[in-house]
Design a protein around this ligand. Structure first.
Ligand SMILES: [Zn+2]
Length: 202
C-alpha cells in the first residue's frame, strides 16, 4: 500500500511562521560568537549576527514514530516526562547524527520498551511537529512507520522508567485523540485509522 499523503500539503502556514519566529526570538539574546545583542532570526530558519557574520541554521530535526499493531490494539506509551507528561505517544524519537530513520526507530524501541522490532517497518506518512524542551523549541519532521506484531504482549517489553510510565494497547476504534501527546501523532494515528477503515482493494 502506498504511503499516506495528506490533502493539505502546505507544510508551513502563516500561523506556524509566527509561532516559529516567536519561539526562536527567545533562544539567543546575544551572538554566541561575539556576544553582540544585535543577533536576529531571519526567514523562519536562521540566526545571523550583523556584527561578526555568525550564522546558525536552526534546522528541522528528523524524528520517528511507529504505529505497532497487535492483537490487542495499537501500542501506545505513556510519557514519563515533559513535554506532554502523562499523555500517550508512539514508540520513536529523535534520529541521532549518522543514523537512518529506521535505524533510529529500532534504537528507540530497544531503549524505550526493551524490544527490537527488526527492520521490517513500512513507511506510512510524515507530519511536522514542534517539541519544546528546556526553553528551546525544536521543529521536527516526524516520519511515521507501521509494523504488524500480532503476538506482542506487555510481558515482552521492558520499559525505561525514565522515559515511559506505562503502556496501553488501544483498539483503533477506542483511540481518544485528545489523549495523544503531539499534533503530528494525532494526524498520523487518525490517518492510519481512516485507512484501516477503508475497504481493501485486492
Ligand atoms: Zn556576532
Amino acid at each position: 500500500m502506498p504511503p499516506f499523503t495528506p490533502r493539505n500539503l502546505n507544510s508551513i502556514t502563516d500561523r506556524n511562521k509566527r509561532h516559529i519566529n516567536h519561539w526562536s526570538s527567545t533562544m539567543f539574546h546575544f551572538c554566541p560568537s561575539c556576544a553582540s545583542p544585535k543577533i536576529r532570526f531571519e526567514d523562519h530558519t536562521l540566526f545571523r549576527c550583523p556584527d561578526c557574520g555568525f550564522v546558525y541554521y536552526h534546522n528541522t530535526a528528523a524524528a520517528t514514530g511507529c504505529i505497532i499493531t497487535t492483537d490487542e490494539g495499537i501500542l501506545f506509551l505513556v510519557r514519563a516526562k515533559e513535554p506532554s507528561q502523562g499523555k500517550l505517544d508512539l514508540p520513536g524519537g529523535f534520529v541521532n547524527p549518522a543514523e537512518g530513520a529506521v535505524e533510529g526507530l529500532r534504537r528507540e524501541c530497544r531503549e524505550e520498551i526493551g524490544w527490537d522490532p527488526g527492520p521490517d517497518f513500512s513507511f506510512f506518512a510524515s507530519f511536522p511537529n514542534t517539541y519544546p524542551f528546556k526553553d528551546i523549541v525544536y521543529n521536527t519532521c516526524d516520519l511515521f512507520f507501521t509494523l504488524s506484531a500480532p503476538g506482542l504482549r506487555k510481558e515482552d517489553l521492558r520499559l525505561d522508567p525514565e522515559e515511559i510510565a506505562g503502556i496501553r494497547f488501544v483498539p483503533p476504534v477506542q483511540v481518544n485523540m485528545d489523549a495523544l501527546a503531539f499534533d503530528s501523532t494525532r494526524r498520523a494515528v487518525q490517518a492510519f485509522i481512516e485507512r484501516e477503515a477503508q475497504p481493501q482493494l485486492v
